[in-house]
Design a protein around this ligand. Structure first.
Ligand SMILES: [Zn+2]
Length: 330
């Protein structure tokens, strides 16, 4: 809770939220090699200590988080703990996203096993801790459109437990055009759509996500201001923007917090929100991001509340659940 309004994270990667202590613990249990065995000495290998040259260099940091995803039990634990961490951060509602193929890749686990474990861990923790959580499945565009079908298939084994589909990974080299049929299937499953777009590519990638993939929300959307018509369209059609301040600075998508477009989105009445992206990699909490939004990006108190209200509006929840979320705020 913040400012008497619910604290919501709509863009948070489960596979970028693994605790350092859990990496060490599971690595010890399964005899996985790590470069360091204490939290402080492992930190530089897992978390961002300095700016990275781009999104793909940032993704390299996931190496040890992915290495310890060895079986159903470890994935269940990671999902459960991610929800515990939401509770610790006083978050009232979150949408956690994950790419089963990305999680399965290092140890060649069945992606369906990962989906099952993540769904079970999230559900159990959500119930035990009394915090509502939505799960967003990700297609990792970096594996190409063929493997994307397998990733989609794995997600569909828990069709009822997934609320939306996202496209993440190397936006520049793997354009959204290649994934149109996958998203058509996702929509026919009754899933909503959010897409990482306008992070490593220009506004045409955002247009494509909206027009061809059916996105009602855009992850990052940093390049949107290069096209005034797109800004107008996003305002008129209430397309949500999931902003991730620290992540964008760390990937060099924006040069500095002060240059982040979040404030401009809010000034243009675009439904932008404040989120964490990969808190375990970026070494941040959602409240840290709210502080950066005020102190570095220069949001007014009113704009912070506007971003919080946008998050309620843009949550992939039914209208009645949104009202419920708003009512349980005190
Ligand atoms: Zn992301």
């Amino acid at each position: 809770m913040l400012n008497g309004l619910p604290l919501i994270d709509l863009h948070r990667h489960l596979d970028g939220s693994v605790r350092l202590s859990t990496i060490i613990d599971i690595a010890k249990q399964h005899k996985i090699k790590l470069p360091a065995w204490t939290e402080s000495s492992l930190r530089p290998y897992v978390q961002i200590m300095e700016k990275q040259p781009g999104v793909m260099a940032f993704i390299e940091k996931f190496k040890y988080m992915i290495a310890i995803m060895v079986d159903e039990e470890s994935c269940y634990r990671i999902a459960y703990e991610a929800v515990e961490d939401l509770k610790k951060e006083s978050i009232d509602y979150a949408e956690l996203r994950f790419s089963p193929w990305f999680m399965a890749d290092a140890n060649k686990i069945d992606a369906g096993v990962i989906v099952k474990a993540v769904v079970a861990g999230t559900k159990d923790a959500s119930k035990a801790l009394n915090i509502p959580v939505g799960l967003i499945g990700i297609i990792s565009r970096t594996y190409g459109p063929e493997l994307a079908w397998k990733e989609l298939e794995a997600l569909e084994t828990c069709k009822e437990d997934i609320i939306a589909l996202d496209l993440a990974g190397d936006e520049y080299n793997f354009p959204g055009e290649w994934y149109v049929p996958h998203f058509k299937c996702a929509r026919s499953n009754g899933w909503q759509v959010t897409v990482h777009a306008g992070e490593a590519s220009g506004p045409e990638s955002i247009w494509q996500a909206i027009d061809e993939l059916g996105a009602s929300r855009i992850g990052h959307g940093v390049s949107a201001f290069q096209d005034p018509k797109l800004i107008e369209y996003m305002r008129d059609h209430q397309i949500g923007v999931e902003s991730n301040l620290t992540s964008n600075v760390q990937t060099s998508t924006v040069a500095d917090y002060a240059l982040h477009p979040l404030k401009r989105f809010l000034e243009e009445n675009i439904q932008a929100t404040i989120n964490t992206d990969d808190p375990g990699i970026s070494a941040i909490t959602l409240l840290d991001e709210y502080k950066f939004a005020v102190n570095q990006v220069g949001l007014s108190h009113q704009q912070v509340e506007q971003a919080q209200r946008n998050a309620i509006q843009q949550a992939f929840l039914s209208e009645s659940k949104k009202i419920q979320l708003n009512d349980t705020k005190t």
